[in-house]
Design a protein around this ligand. Structure first.
Ligand SMILES: Cc1ncc(COP(=O)(O)O)c(C=O)c1O
Length: 384
């Protein structure tokens, strides 16, 4: 039967990520809370919260756990946020064995605090862990780290349109050794940062430079994992894009150098004149975004066909010129949805004038996240 773009078959990650989680109260004592000798003063906290930038300030606490061969996870603690003591030989510093996640805690109008699909992030974290030869962390511990830091640092969850407490769980090889093998000691941390809008200046369309000089990921590589090296390799192409006057870089597939994959930190959607939507297929080289997954689901339920397919750049540019493609947008946890206003590379430049569709997706998704719209998918999880 032809795919009509409306039927939704959950991916492995979507299935793992929709496992029912224990309520926050049931996991809220898994990490031992150590006393904090020096909480941020009221005046410094106020100053920090009145000028929110993305990822520049951090809350008072962090979660920490250690994994060692033979013992598994131990010393699970909520400790003061602060510098780490790390051997200069720690494997992360030499071999980049690291994974991370990005989530947000949202304050609702009644003061309660929620996060979005934490089970999805936990499942993706463990999928990344497997790819990077790192140990998996029990989902309950992952959730507990978020619950407990947010509960200790409730005042750091901002109020106000577009604001949130950005949550950054990560794990890295902390064993000190030189030699290429999987570390026998790893550290898990969860830090939190109160944030305003990701792109300053609000939801204005971004310009995208498609790089022909670099690839982000290749077949069999780590593109589908959320690991430091993918971002390290995207920095130079991102600089190249910025030097040419573009906001973000977009990568093509490494095998045929023809298909649009994703931006350095966001997935991409294409809106067609016929009312259908296309997004890059999961080929193992792109990150399976939580926002991408939520948007696909919402759109299909709205009756908008969504096709996950290879997006040939040459055909896309032709279709934009012919008016067959009316909009493009990028999506991810940090910025939610961002319209793409200009797309270019060495041999073409096209503009996209509209962003109505992107705005409607943004409104629907942020409406659920902020508690202003019903949550038919049970995506929200109450933290406090
Ligand atoms: C490379 C990459 N693609 C896509 C995304 C979007 O993923 P999500 O929607 O889960 O934030 C991110 C952000 O985490 C990313 O780093």
């Amino acid at each position: 039967m032809a795919n009509d773009g409306l039927k939704h078959t959950p991916t492995e990650l979507e299935t793992a990520g929709s496992r029912v989680l224990p309520p926050a109260d049931d996991v809220a004592a898994r990490f031992k809370v150590l006393p904090h000798p020096n909480l941020t003063s009221e005046a410094d906290w106020k100053a920090a919260m009145s000028d929110l930038k993305f990822g520049m300030q951090f809350s008072d606490h962090m979660a920490r756990a250690i994994w060692t061969v033979g013992r598994g996870w131990h010393d699970k603690e909520i400790v003061p946020y602060g510098p780490l003591s790390l051997s200069p030989a720690a494997a992360i510093l030499h071999y980049g064995q690291e994974i991370f996640e990005g989530m947000k805690a949202y304050r609702h109008d009644d003061g309660s605090i929620w996060t979005f699909r934490p089970g999805y992030n936990a499942a993706r974290f463990n999928a990344s862990a497997r790819r990077l030869a790192l140990p998996e962390i029990p989902v309950e511990d992952f959730i507990a780290s978020v619950v407990q830091v947010v509960r200790e640092d409730e005042r750091w969850v901002p109020t106000g349109e577009g604001t949130s407490l950005y949550l950054r769980p990560f794990m890295f090889a902390s064993e000190p050794f030189l030699g290429v093998h999987a570390a026998r000691e790893n550290t898990y941390l969860m830090i939190a940062s109160p944030v305003g809008a990701y792109f300053e200046g609000g939801m204005k369309p971004v310009s995208i430079w498609v790089t022909r000089n670099f690839h982000r990921a290749g077949p069999g590589g780590t593109g589908a994992a959320k690991t430091a090296g993918n971002y390290a390799s995207s920095l130079l192409p991102q600089q190249e894009a910025a030097e040419k006057g573009f906001d973000q870089v977009c990568f093509l597939d490494a095998r045929e150098e023809r298909y649009l994959e994703e931006l350095g930190g966001m997935n991409v959607f294409v809106v067609r004149k016929d009312g259908s939507v296309v997004t890059s297929k999961l080929t193992g080289t792109i990150l399976e975004g939580s926002t991408r997954s939520a948007i696909i689901r919402m759109l299909r339920d709205r009756g908008t066909p969504v096709f996950e397919s290879l997006i040939a750049l040459d055909e896309l540019v032709d279709d934009i010129r012919k008016g067959e493609v009316t909009e493009m947008f990028a999506c991810g946890t940090a910025a939610v949805v961002t319209p793409i206003g200009r797309l270019a590379s060495e041999d073409f430049e096209v503009e996209l004038g509209k962003s109505d569709f992107a705005v409607s997706v943004y409104n629907q998704l942020t409406g659920i996240q902020n508690g202003h719209e019903p949550d038919p998918y049970n995506w929200l999880y109450r933290l406090a």
